[in-house]
Design a protein around this ligand. Structure first.
Ligand code: SF4
Length: 401
């Protein structure tokens, strides 16, 4: 693992009592840390990005592999890659689809690292999951490391509240965090079932507090927006401050302990984005993902997962107008698919998921052609013990009422 050696000595951080994160972002393609969502080296000879035959090469390799390969494409993936996906969807749908294809020896996951890990956990031992570029991580997932989360649990033990706390972890987390969740009898959730996950945690599971990882916005939007809690019921645990920056009293009084993590893409939208688009397009329906900040979600007309957003736009009559607060590749694809509707991005600034965009044609061609030659590159393989407990937490999600 390559970590900037100057970290930990920043006097400005020390002055304000902030413990520097061991998770400084590696420059993409430099250094190596396969246990993390961070960018890592991508070995191998990639075809040049300007090669005009890339699409033909990918098609030829896919045909040669036949049913032995199954290509998954996340909704946020770029169009030229999505064109080769056997199925498109959100992270959980894709992992389920992979599990439903036992005949596929190789699953090529055009998404990000935590998604490929989930696919590896849910697929059979004979299947190999491949992430075409190991630098395709997720900044949100990287905001909660196993070490930090174990420290947080120790803080909850010290405050005397761990026994009544149920971990609920968003799908967008590393396998290690999912395993932590399983070890403490918690559950995974998606943006579609977060409400049911919290109802289970406070109901059948018998918790009086939830430790929600790693997306504070999804946790807050669900607890306050859907379960009727107040902002005062929520505290934010900052892993870079001693004790999370919270007193024992705050931990004892909180119902929701939200991890201080967020999506760098959805976190860009603001209340101003909503006001601006409403002024620019009268009658527009603002459709936001629950990873957006609370101020955006409360100002939006409709809120839901990527699958929900797609279904709303698909079902709307011609002439409808939508401003959509989610990743730009998906918004552009919806706009192309519905030329009879006005579909705009919620913000004026371009906002792709930069790590998702690491999966490009050169990496896809390289991964597929390697398979044709009998070589497996960039295989994602989750440690067995980690996979067992992560699977437990994922199974709990599947069993949610
Ligand atoms: S859009 Fe956000 S949550 Fe999704 S992969 Fe990118 S950084 Fe992670």
């Amino acid at each position: 693992m390559t970590i900037n050696p100057t970290l930990g000595r920043d006097p400005a951080l020390a002055q304000v009592g902030v413990t520097p994160s061991p998770l400084a972002l590696l420059l993409l393609g430099r250094g190596s840390d396969p246990a993390s969502e961070r960018g890592v080296d991508c070995p191998g000879e990639l075809p040049p990005a300007a090669d005009p035959t890339l699409a033909a090469r990918a098609a030829a390799a896919k045909t040669a592999l036949g049913d032995r390969v199954f290509i998954l494409g996340h909704h946020y993936q770029r169009d030229e890659v999505i064109a080769f996906a056997d199925v498109t969807g959100d992270s959980f749908k894709l992992a389920q689809q992979a599990a439903a294809r036992p005949q596929a020896e190789a699953i090529v996951f055009c998404g990000v690292h935590f998604m490929a890990e989930s696919a590896d956990i849910l697929t059979g031992a004979h299947q190999r999951v491949i992430l075409p570029d190991l630098a395709a991580g997720c900044s949100m997932a990287d905001m909660a490391t196993a070490e930090q989360v174990e420290q947080a649990w120790d803080d909850l033990l010290d405050a005397g509240v761990a026994a009544q706390t149920v971990p609920v972890s968003y799908m967008n987390s590393s396998a290690a965090i999912k395993a932590f969740t399983g070890r403490h009898d918690g559950t995974i959730c998606t943006s579609s079932n977060a409400r049911r996950a919290l109802e289970w945690a406070f109901g059948e599971r018998g918790g009086s507090k939830v430790l929600f990882l790693p997306d504070q916005h999804l946790g807050r939007n669900t607890a306050v927006g859907e379960l009727g809690m107040t902002e005062a019921d929520c505290v934010v645990y900052d892993p870079h401050r001693p004790g999370g920056g919270l007193t024992h009293r705050q931990l004892r009084e909180a119902k929701m302990i939200l991890w201080r993590g967020h999506c760098s893409v959805h976190g860009r939208f603001t209340r101003d984005s909503v006001d601006e688009v409403r002024a620019r397009i009268p009658g527009v329906t603002v459709l936001a993902h629950p990873e957006c900040r609370r101020e955006v979600v409360t100002a939006a007309d409709l809120v839901g997962s990527t699958e929900y957003i797609i279904s709303v736009v698909d079902a709307a009559p011609a002439g409808s107008a939508f401003a959509i607060g989610t990743e730009l590749n998906l918004v552009q694809r919806l706009a192309k698919r519905h030329p009879d509707k006005t579909i705009v991005f919620l913000d004026r600034t371009v906002c792709f998921c930069s790590t998702m965009n690491r999966i490009d044609m050169p990496h896809l061609v390289w991964a597929l052609e390697s398979l044709v030659r009998g070589e497996t590159v960039n295989q994602i393989s989750v440690d067995r013990d980690v996979a067992t407990f992560a699977r437990k937490a994922l199974d709990q999600m599947l069993a949610l009422p």
